[in-house]
Design a binder for this molecule. Structure first.
Ligand SMILES: Nc1ncnc2c1ncn2[C@@H]1O[C@H](COP(=O)(O)OP(=O)(O)OP(=O)(O)O)[C@@H](O)[C@H]1O
Ligand SMILES: [Mg+2]
Length: 401
């Protein structure tokens, strides 16, 4: 059997969580951590996480031929990561980077009932991941290269993100569309004191689709407002002026498409009005799909029974990228993205709720209800079914799609 060539390559952050099962609660953490005490636990649950695992496996479940490119060491945890990935499909391990000099990234999750969780985290190979780790021959021919979580990958944010900019520039030179997701930098770590506005200014000229969450973006571009919104001094409800101003900056820095994830309030999508910029956005925009120029849209989440939101952002991105591969308009892509995001929260793990693409489409066609709008939009209009809201600045060629 010949395998379909990968249409999307997902590279970047990858780790394994090791979660011992606690049969009974403990009275306090101090008891658990008493020196010399033996704490008996049950079997460990092993699950992979990070952008490569979450977005990569979500794309695989949607039926997209995908290549996973995370870095692991030649060690026990690296073997565990490869085993988990192999469990989905042997071919998914083909692009993985195994570096004998690296230590695989892992997190011990100490989660006894009744007390707060403790994480013991080793960044390992994620911190040493550099541009030279990506074999461009394994990227050539793909339509999209998606990279996730530079804020928790040390070499990617040092020196104003030069390494990341170089990687994305090289990928773009192959004619491949580039896509980037972020993560929240830990304010108390080295990443928390990086000048993220400089990193973004350096990197975004090489990014076609920039898909962070609004919170992460405010942390990076407007720390006073981020702090005020987190502490409740400013209203936490995002409004259209804020979304427009933030996406103005990101488009001016060089991105062609900006998607801002709004947690349980849904998704905002803005695209460049500049036809030449969109035509330079690589293979996924060639030929230029209808309905992607000069868009500004918001959609709430689809209704879902929430069993766990881990990986919801990553799955939303998988939905958006898959929609783009199907040549749909931005108005349909924002629906497809939030459909896959909502399906993902219906299972407790990161990707178990992600359906096949055809199933997601059938659920949409059957009239899947949206949650009420929880974004303050001044002067915006909704389509008939009130599923997608269009800004006054939304001026697609040939009318709304
Ligand atoms: N309660 C919910 N019901 C339906 N869909 C949801 C819900 N919560 C989140 N989503 C979907 O998941 C996306 C996740 O957005 P969020 O802002 O949490 O991204 P993120 O911070 O990148 O998440 P992650 O923790 O996965 O990195 C939303 O845009 C939406 O599509
Ligand atoms: Mg995220």
């Amino acid at each position: 059997m010949t395998r379909a060539a990968p249409q999307i390559v997902v590279a970047g952050h990858l780790c394994v969580d090791v979660i011992p099962e606690f049969e009974q609660g403990v009275s306090s953490l101090a008891t658990l951590l008493t020196p010399g005490r033996l704490n008996k636990v049950g079997p460990a649950l092993i699950s992979t996480g990070g952008s490569v695992s979450n977005t990569g496996i979500a794309l695989h479940r949607l039926g997209v031929p995908v290549r996973l490119m995370g870095k692991v060491g030649r060690d026990l945890f690296g073997g565990a990561i490869l085993d988990v990935v192999r469990g989905y499909d042997e071919a998914l391990t083909e692009g993985m980077i195994v570096d004998p000099a690296a230590d695989s990234s892992y997190t011990l999750v100490i989660n006894p009932p009744g007390v707060d969780r403790i994480f013991l985290h080793c960044p390992g190979a994620n911190d040493t991941f550099g541009a030279a780790d990506v074999d461009l021959d394994k990227v050539r021919g793909a339509l999209i290269f998606h990279f996730g979580y530079p804020p928790i990958m040390r070499r990617m944010y040092l020196n104003d993100g030069d390494e990341l900019a170089e990687l994305l520039r090289a990928v773009r030179a192959l004619g491949v569309t580039t896509s980037l997701d972020m993560a929240q930098p830990d304010p108390n770590s080295e990443a928390g004191s990086v000048d993220w506005a400089r990193v973004l200014a350096n990197v975004l000229p090489h990014v076609d689709l920039f898909l962070p969450s609004l919170d992460e973006t405010l942390f990076m571009l407007d720390r006073p407002r981020y702090d005020a919104m987190q502490s409740g001094v400013l209203d936490r409800t995002p409004d259209s002026e804020l979304l427009h101003a933030v996406s103005d900056r990101l488009l001016a820095m060089g991105a062609a498409v900006v998607g801002l994830k709004l947690g349980d309030r849904g998704l905002y999508l803005r695209t460049t009005p500049d036809r030449v910029r969109l035509q330079r956005a690589g293979a996924a925009f060639d030929p230029l799909p209808v309905g992607w120029l000069g868009r500004e849209l918001v959609t709430p989440c689809f209704t879902a029974t929430v069993r766990g939101t881990t990986g919801a952002g990553d799955c939303t991105i998988a939905g958006l990228l898959t929609s783009l591969l199907h040549g749909t308009s931005a108005g349909q892509a924002i629906l497809d993205a939030t459909a896959v995001g909502a399906a993902s929260v219906e299972s407790p793990d990161a990707t178990g709720g992600v359906p096949r693409w055809e199933e997601a489409q059938a659920r949409l066609a059957a009239g899947w209800a949206k949650q009420p709008l929880q974004v303050s939009l001044t002067g915006w209009q909704a389509d008939g079914a009130q599923q997608v809201w269009r800004s006054p600045a939304d001026e697609p060629e040939g009318g709304p799609q």
